[in-house]
Design a protein around this ligand. Sequence first.
Ligand code: GLC
Length: 544
Amino acid sequence: MNKYLKKWGEKVVYQIFPRSFSDFDNDGNGDIKGIISKLDYLQDLGIDAIWLCPVYKTEFADAGYDVLDYKEIWKTFGTLDDFKLLVQESKKRNIEIIMDIVLNHTSNKHQWFLKAIESEKNKEYNYYIWTDKPGNEQSIFGGSAWEYVPSLKKYYFHLFAKEQVDLNWGSDFTINAMADVIDFWYKLGVKGFRLDAIQHVHKEINENGQFTHSFGSQMVNYLQKFLNKIYEDKQDIFLIGEASGIQPNTVVQYGKGEQKIADNFYNFSLWYIGWGRETGRNGYDANWSIKQFANQGAIEYQNNEEIENHMISNFLSSHDTSRAISRWGDEKLYWNESAKSLALYQFSLKGIQTILYGEEIGLKNPIFLNREEFKDVDALNSYRIFVDEKKIYSEQEMTRFHNINGRDHARVPMVWNKTINYGFNKGTQPWIKMSGDYLNSSVQEQENDKESILHFYKKLIKTRKKYKNLLIEGKSKLEILENEIIKITRYDDQNTIISLINLTKHEKEILNFSYHKIIMSTYTDGKEFKGTLRPYESFMFLVK
Ligand code: GLC
């Protein structure tokens, strides 16, 4: 296999939401200098790359995914010089930077769009998608996907918020412009790129008015043109395509061979579990099971031998989800053990491992008290549509759902120590609500506690490297045992590692399993495994 891909496949990626990681200049917003000040911490944690959510000039209508200028840093986050320093200092610590390239749409205040709405004669008009007669196409964030522009008497298309105008990927201009963006950051030392929302670059509306916005028939064609352009002078880059819902066979189809469009795919179909029957992502159905959890997110990807380690990203939470512990674990009595069990589950899987900032200390969802406390455009839209307009949910219900699934949970300030604002800054009110009850579980506390979640993560990352032939390069088999225990086997011709994961708050008996050497365990009392797993007790065994 290509050595370069193999090397990227070994990486543990740490995802940073820049506005909430560390606020160096104490203005209430995280910044690049803040990230630089935490590089030693990240090196000590053992990660190999940082995925930076967008840091470009923005109006922050959708958390920076509405870009005003792809080659400038948002002032709130610092300067291009700060960014250069970040790359330099990261390299010193063997940490790569992964840029988030928002290639499906620009901000509606981007220069191109401003030019486009001046006149149809301007070339920029063709960079976007227009109609005279809008159909019934709906935006992913709710409401019509068409927005009227009085100056042109036309409607532009937006799959997400109306501030995010979809680019017309049928135009070579778009393809070249985005390749040029990659070039810009590449020249500053960036080798990893997360390609935001790539499945959406081709939107199709057929004669029957049927609307397809994902994996459209020209998607491969468009993206391959883009890739060819990039590969003209850059061989040593790694492309992670965000493609939610991508199926195992399509990971293979689009991840290698003739139809390749990215090196790796970031899929979060796991998080579709428990969506509301009527309202999808903006609802909640509590009837989900552990079986679904492993089935939907992992089983067919793990057991498909054509999917190589470097081709998929695993994660528990991201800036598009709430916090995994609150969603799939236990926030109270078994907080520590359930966080560790989730981590052990993730790190037993084949694939690149991605950790959302704060996951390594077991951050939970804070409680947002009302609509006014939410910042996410998607959440706010859903109140407007499902509470105010359609009256499907009451205000209280919607607030409850967003407290379970809302994206703002994964965007609140990091918890560094016990001082003011948990060490996020020197006391200025942060831009968003703080995390909840963290006085005794900050980074600082956990660094001094050998039983902490943080220590567990450090050990997991070391174990992944130590047993690289199995945990990275080994084959993978995932099974769900009858009693809801997840069993993951990683193996090569000679050796085997088996993980038994209990993600329930019940004691579980494991039948027909003989004892092996324990290399990781989520309880710290050192009790041997005797055929039962206590609540959230999970083990990784080395089979000799
Ligand atoms: C991606 C991002 C998400 C954003 C959307 C629109 O899915 O991860 O945060 O809202 O694209 O850019």
